[in-house]
Design a binder for this molecule. Structure first.
Ligand code: ATP
Ligand code: MG
Length: 547
């Protein structure tokens, strides 16, 4: 799928008019969390747009806010970007530009466009005014350039404690845009920065550092989500007043939200910290590593993102659209073996004891190129519990029942004859007979079976755990809509079933993906061992039981 959106049009126009001669974008994650599906929208947009014009994209870690960053996240983010299939041209760290940022701050002070303020955080917000009322000038606003230069240098040299002074832009305390009411450019934080150590105790604010980083890298189109919309004037103010020659420009797009899912970093962290999930890669998590472990492919995620389009409106999309993309991607690629998820034993009474035969089964019915493999058949089999009922209820029942004949796919027709039950009346075993002349591939056309069901031969079957993954949050309803997200957790977000897969899967590896016949798309989990395979359900087949 080709990328096509309003930003692409802007880029085309900019190239045509000569405003830019190439397209350079950047993806700027803060290294304080794992990437999630929302970040994928930003990433796909940055990388696909630049490459559509033979330009390039930098990965820039926005690590100017030193209190929350960690190297663990830096490595994880790099890995996730690579997994998605993107190659940044350069990898930069915003903190590497601290000298440049400092130089630009001095430039602004010398132009009379920045001053050192002694107001506390709290006082500053009182002075800021509101959406309807203008702010007031700080009593420190009119310090001389010399005094500001001296104080700013002292701030840098560690003379003052955290929060004692702030460097602010001198713009307009009455501006209708609150971001323009003398925004902070630098604050004091005595901390050990993950890259800079203790070299700095003053740190630039995002709104100051970001345009400078873009400028330094020659970024032409700085794309970000909609919440930065009313920061754009400030972005331009910094670019203009720092005398940037090749000016970068900011463009905003709507954020992506997913139904019954929360993407906020704070919430994802609390899920992990409270052990409601097993980690950031829990297959229920909307993180890229969670989605990957669940079985979504990078291509499916990319085409999902492209299919949602891009506009200047935030959008909320259901998981279904991602499932559609996954099925499209795997339909012809994935092997389609047999797995019985909720097993019911079937004994074929007229099949010889101790005998086992091997029958041919295509690896993917819709793609001959994937070849065939052998499936075992014997007197002892497993079928899905849901494929049997004692008494056929109506014509629509296209599965097994007493006195009803079905085809075991790629094997024989069988007819159920009796059931064994436990003391509670639960069916524990079905007895059946098979008809040898109905063998698959024999061309038998004598009778029409009452449906086709799959099975796994019992003695060769490998035990498997199936992790049925459902949404982490209950759907939003009248009752749940006011609940805190932690109270809206779906108690059935993970349902474990124990069944069997055919021997063919004995060497399966984590991240191998399958379409289990009539069951859905599954992916081998990293918890899988030789004796107990573990599969995550990625998504259902479009419609169950139709094949
Ligand atoms: P926070 O604001 O809590 O720091 P963030 O989600 O903005 O979180 P960043 O690491 O700053 O996290 O995000 C990197 C980029 O990804 C930003 O440009 C941001 O606009 C974009 N982004 C993040 N979440 C989404 C989303 N849900 N939809 C679209 N873009 C997003
Ligand atoms: Mg952010």
């Amino acid at each position: 799928m080709e990328i096509n959106n309003f930003i692409k049009t802007i880029m085309e126009d900019d190239l045509k008019s000569g405003k830019v001669d190439e397209i350079i974008t950047r993806f700027p994650p803060e290294p304080n969390a794992y990437l999630h599906i929302g970040h994928a929208r930003a990433m796909v947009t940055d990388f696909e747009l630049a490459s559509a014009f033979n330009g390039y994209t930098n990965l820039r870690f926005d690590d100017t806010n030193p209190t929350k960053e960690d190297n663990e996240f830096v490595e994880a983010i790099k890995e996730d970007i690579k997994w998605l299939g993107y190659n940044p041209k350069n990898v930069y760290f915003g903190s590497d530009y601290f000298d440049y940022d400092y130089e630009m701050a001095i430039k602004l002070i010398k132009k009379g466009l920045a001053y050192v303020d002694d107001l506390s955080q709290e006082e500053m917000s009182q002075y800021r005014g509101t959406l309807t009322e203008p702010g007031k000038n700080s009593p420190y606003r009119d310090r001389t350039i010399e005094e500001n230069l001296k104080l700013f240098e002292e701030m840098k040299n560690g003379v003052y404690p955290d929060g004692a002074k702030t460097l602010r832009a001198k713009i307009d305390m009455a501006s209708p845009n609150i971001n323009m009411r003398d925004p902070a450019l630098y604050r004091i934080i005595h901390i050990n920065h993950h890259r800079q150590g203790t070299k700095w105790c003053i740190f630039p604010m995002y709104d100051f550092a970001h345009p400078l980083q873009d400028a330094k890298e020659g970024v032409t189109h700085s794309l970000c989500s909609l919440e930065y919309d009313n920061h754009r004037v400030l972005y331009d103010w910094v670019v203009d007043n720092c005398d940037i020659v090749k000016k970068p420009h900011q463009y905003e797009f709507g954020r992506l939200n997913i139904e019954n899912t929360v993407l906020s970093k704070r919430y994802l962290r609390s899920l992990v910290d409270s052990k409601k999930v097993s980690g950031y890669d829990d297959p229920r998590m909307p993180t890229l590593r969670g989605l990957r472990r669940r079985g979504y492919t990078a291509d499916a995620i990319k085409s999902f993102i492209l299919s949602t389009g891009l506009s200047r409106i935030n959008s909320t999309i259901g998981w279904d659209a991602l499932d559609v993309a996954l099925r499209d991607d795997l339909k012809l690629k994935a092997l389609r073996p047999n797995a019985v998820i909720e097993p019911l034993e079937v004994v074929i009474d007229n099949y010889p004891e101790g005998e086992i035969e091997y029958l041919d089964m295509p690896n993917n019915q819709e793609n001959e190129e994937l070849g065939n493999h052998k499936i075992a058949f014997s007197k002892y089999l497993y079928i899905e519990k849901s494929d049997f009922i004692e008494v056929k209820p109506n014509k629509k029942w296209k599965r097994l029942a007493l006195d009803v004949e079905v085809r075991l796919m790629h094997a024989y027709f069988i007819k159920a004859t009796s059931v064994e039950k436990d003391n509670d009346g639960n069916i524990i075993r079905v007895h059946a007979t098979y008809d040898p002349q109905t063998k698959s591939g024999s061309g038998f056309e004598g009778r029409k079976p009452n449906g086709n069901i799959h099975f796994v031969e019992k003695t060769t079957a490998i035990p498997a755990e199936f992790r049925m993954i459902n949404s982490l949050l209950l759907p939003e309803t009248e009752e749940t809509k006011d609940l805190d997200f932690m109270e809206r957790l779906n108690p059935e977000s993970l349902v474990i079933k124990n069944g069997f897969v055919e021997e063919f899967l004995k060497d399966t590896k984590p991240e191998d993906k399958y379409q289990f016949i009539r069951n859905g798309y599954y992916c081998t989990d990293k918890d899988s061992t030789k004796d107990k395979l573990v599969f995550n359900r990625t998504c259902d087949l479009k419609s169950l039981f139709t094949l």
